[in-house]
Structure formats: structure tokens, C-alpha cells
Design a protein around this ligand. Structure first.
Ligand code: G3I
Length: 341
């Protein structure tokens, strides 16, 4: 990646750190992160859930240890996320928050305070922020609403405030809108919704630099060439429109859900590797894409094991390394895609 002017990295999670906080990570995991990654992102520790135990308090201790670790090892850090606009992901206190007699004022205060505090705290140390995460409804493409956006007078007002506040707090940082629209079939309305929102950002002068392609891809039980053949042109059309509006691209959370594949490990690994290589080749053919982050480097820790367990209960083969920290065909596929970029 480095020789191609790209950055490869991964999310890391506090739960992988073991009991010894000072060593940050499981040594076997740390070794592969330090070997392969130029950039890290906290899987959960930068979210409101982690940083904001209540409306008044900021608790940055766990995240601070992570960013210190990344910097000590010469790795950059991304910030995920200044606001996850999906009510299922709000902390309980925010869902229950009393916005009082002047809801707009209170919502503005709350959002501004969070983004300003965290943005200023890490300005210069976090080079790229997911300012807002998952605001577009994956079924309809409409903007999601919440008690916060309703109090603000609408989701657009919330988005504008979030991005402008982030730019003011961390003027040199890349500001990203991050979402999980993907290249798989049935995502047309979702992708259109994202395009509409990005277009409206440009009209309103919203300071958003980059579209974050989460890239939680699902490999189907069909030959790769057929899957790719069906999906490539729609995905390219989408990316063309995004870069055509002047946005950069980033792969922010790459992993592969293999719940649909048969049990045989060799077959699964081959299909995952081929499908991923095709996906990454397409994305990396855009020179506007510089960051490729995996959502975890090792199958032992992938969130997918809990999110969509396979019928046979076998661990997912979603990440570059297996549960024993051995590189898999997916590792080679990522390496080859980066080398070809
Ligand atoms: O830390 C608590 C633990 O104390 C408690 O006992 C346990 C009981 O459920 O929960 C633990 O917290 C969990 C946390 O992960 C840490 O493991 C939360 O319940 C769980 O909801 C949380 O899931 C995370 C999810 O985002 C929601 O924040 C996943 O790890 C994380 O991989 C996932 O990441 C998201 C990105 O942020 C946005 N894009 C999609 C991606 C995958 O869903």
C-alpha cells in the first residue's frame, strides 16, 4: 500500500487488549497490526456510547490509550464516529434526553459541544473523521430521523451543523460521510439516497470531503465472475457519480460475510478471496481512493460471528487472518489488489 501511495489499516477494539491495559493488545494480534497497518480506527471506543456515559461527561480514557498506542507504533488514527445518526445506536440517555422548551437550541448545544470537544481534543492527531455515520435509510434512501434531528428541525440541519462544527474544530482533518451502501443487488434506492444527500451537500456548501464506503460485503453462493458481472457496472456508475461531484473515496470497514457459503474451508476461502479481489480492484481503480481499512484483521474477533452466525456455527472467514493469526487467501487477495493499484 505504502509504495502505491495508499494506506492500509484496520479497526481495533478494546476487548482485544486483554487484561493488561499498558500493553494495549494481545501480543499476537499487536504483532500483525504493527506489521500490516499504517492506520487504525477504534471499533467502538470513539463512539458516543464509549465517550459519553451521560449528557455532561466525556470519558476518553480507553480511546486515549488506543491513539497513544497507534502513535507510538507510527500508525495514523481515524475517528469513528462523531455522530452515528441511527437511534438504535444512540446511548440510552440520548434517547431519553429532555430537549426542554427550546429543543433546537438544546440539540444544537449538545451536538456542537460533543463535536467541538472531541474534534479539538484530537485535532492534528486524527487525520480523518467519520463525521456522520449511517444517516440514509437502507430501504428507502430517505434521510433517517431521530429525536436529535427532529429537535434540530430536520436531518439536513443536523448534518450541516455536524460537518461545519467538525471543520471548525479540526480544520486540517479529512471529513467523511460513512455508510454501508454496497455493490450487492437490491441496494439501488440506498445508493440513490446517498447520492442525493451528497449532491445536496454540495448545493448547501456542507464541508464533506469524502464518502466512506464501509464495504461489509456479502459473498453469495455463485461463481465470482457471475456475481461480479451482475454488480460491477452499477457500482462503477455509483462511484463515478460520487467522484464526479468532487468527493474522495475511502474503504473504511472492509470485511466479507460468508454465511451463504458451504462449510468446506478451502472452498470458502477461495470464494472470499476472489470476490474481494474483484471488489477491491474496482474500488482501487479510482485514484480518489487512498485508504483501505479492514473491519478487523483476525477471524477471532470479527463482529460478524455475533451479528450473523453461520448455520453450521463455524466462525466467519471474514478477515485476512484466521483465528490462530495465520494469513489466509484473503490476505493474499488484499495484498495483490494493493500491489496492482
Ligand atoms: O462492551 C459491552 C459489554 O460490556 C457488554 O457486556 C456486552 C453485552 O452486549 O456489550 C458490549 O458492547 C458491545 C460492543 O460492540 C463491544 O463488544 C455492544 O453490545 C455491541 O452493540 C457493539 O457492537 C458494535 C456495533 O458496531 C455497535 O456499536 C460492533 O462491535 C462493531 O463492530 C459495530 O461496528 C459498526 C460500525 O461502527 C459502523 N458500521 C457497521 C459496523 C458493523 O455493525
Amino acid at each position: 500500500a505504502k509504495t502505491r501511495g495508499l494506506r492500509f489499516g484496520s479497526c481495533v477494539s478494546w476487548s482485544q487488549s486483554g487484561a493488561d491495559r499498558a500493553s494495549f493488545a494481545n501480543p499476537a494480534y499487536a504483532a500483525l497490526l504493527e506489521r500490516d497497518c499504517g492506520v487504525l480506527v477504534a471499533e467502538n471506543e470513539f463512539k458516543w456510547q464509549a465517550l459519553r456515559p451521560d449528557a455532561k461527561t466525556f470519558d476518553v480514557e480507553r480511546f486515549a490509550d488506543m491513539i497513544d498506542y497507534a502513535e507510538a507504533k507510527g500508525m495514523a488514527m481515524r475517528g469513528h464516529t462523531l455522530f452515528w445518526h441511527k437511534t438504535e445506536r444512540f446511548p440510552r440517555w440520548l434517547l431519553d434526553h429532555d430537549f426542554g422548551a427550546d429543543p433546537k437550541k438544546e440539540a444544537t448545544r449538545l451536538l456542537t459541544q460533543h463535536i467541538k470537544t472531541v474534534g479539538k481534543l484530537y485535532a492534528g492527531r486524527i487525520a480523518s473523521f467519520d463525521v456522520v455515520n449511517e444517516t440514509v435509510d437502507d430501504q428507502t434512501g430517505a434521510l433517517r430521523e431521530s429525536n436529535v434531528s427532529k429537535a434540530m428541525g430536520g436531518t439536513e440541519a443536523m448534518l450541516d451543523l455536524a460537518f461545519h462544527t467538525a471543520r471548525a474544530a479540526a480544520p486540517d482533518a479529512e471529513l467523511v460521510y460513512n455508510d454501508y451502501m454496497s455493490w450487492e443487488p437490491g441496494q439501488g434506492p440506498f445508493r440513490s439516497g446517498v447520492l442525493k444527500m451528497l449532491e445536496a451537500f454540495r448545493k448547501r456548501g456542507v464541508p464533506c470531503d469524502t464518502l466512506g464506503l464501509q464495504s461489509h460485503i456479502w459473498v453469495g453462493n455463485e461463481p465470482t465472475a457471475r456475481l461480479v458481472g451482475r454488480q460491477e457496472s452499477d457500482w462503477r456508475a455509483f462511484l463515478d457519480e460520487v467522484v464526479g461531484m468532487g468527493y474522495r473515496l475511502a474503504i473504511t470497514e472492509f470485511d466479507v460475510n460468508d454465511a451463504a457459503l458451504p462449510a468446506d474451508i478451502a472452498t470458502r476461502d477461495r470464494a472470499i478471496a476472489d470476490y474481494s479481489k474483484a471488489y477491491l480492484d474496482i474500488c482501487l481503480s479510482y485514484t480518489q481512493l487512498k485508504d483501505v481499512l479492514a473491519w478487523g484483521m483476525c477471524d477471532k474477533y470479527t463482529w460478524l460471528n455475533g451479528f450473523s452466525p453461520r448455520k453450521d456455527k463455524a466462525p466467519m472467514r471474514a478477515t485476512p487472518y484466521d483465528a490462530a493469526f495465520k494469513p489466509k487467501p484473503l490476505y493474499t487477495a488484499i495484498r495483490q489488489a494493493l500491489a496492482a493499484a
